[in-house]
Design a protein around this ligand. Sequence first.
Ligand SMILES: [Zn+2]
Length: 187
Amino acid sequence: MSENPVLKEPIKILEYKAPCPVCGREGVVEDFVYEVPHFGRILLTKFQCPHCGYKRSDIENLEENEPVEITYRVEVPGDERALFVKSSSATIRVPEVGVEITPGAFSQGEITTVEGIILGLIDVLKLACESPSDSCTSKIQYLQGVFEGKNHLTIIVEDPTGVSRILSSKAEVKKIKLKEEKQLLGE
Ligand SMILES: [Zn+2]
């Protein structure tokens, strides 16, 4: 295994047609396999409908599937650059700003970075802060301070499918027992 956390080019293994869940016409499914350092192989499935434009992607773990909780602390500049394999069923909690992102019908599986998640949180808070309140604005300022090394942040990821990973030796991964599977899946 390599020490380098950069992903190699994915290998496309399959392409097939499937009915679109939105318009019922024929869409295209593509399956890609990624080799993830220190983790193993994951399958990225992309669906695209050429008729109505509906898109969906998700990630599956080809190695193991036990529910996990990942704790990752952003403490010094650079920590936020860790790669983040996020499945569509991951719940993300950030205790310092009291925010929780729960999986919903529009959750996507994706390969991003911790920085991408923090920037996404800032966007969500900006939308929620239409009439600026002190607590809302201070949460955004806190998150922006993380990039300047002023503030620490804890990212807790709970994933019943066991697919999500943060690719860093600082990430603590713990196997968990499912409490309310339905709640975790956002149903
Ligand atoms: Zn469609």
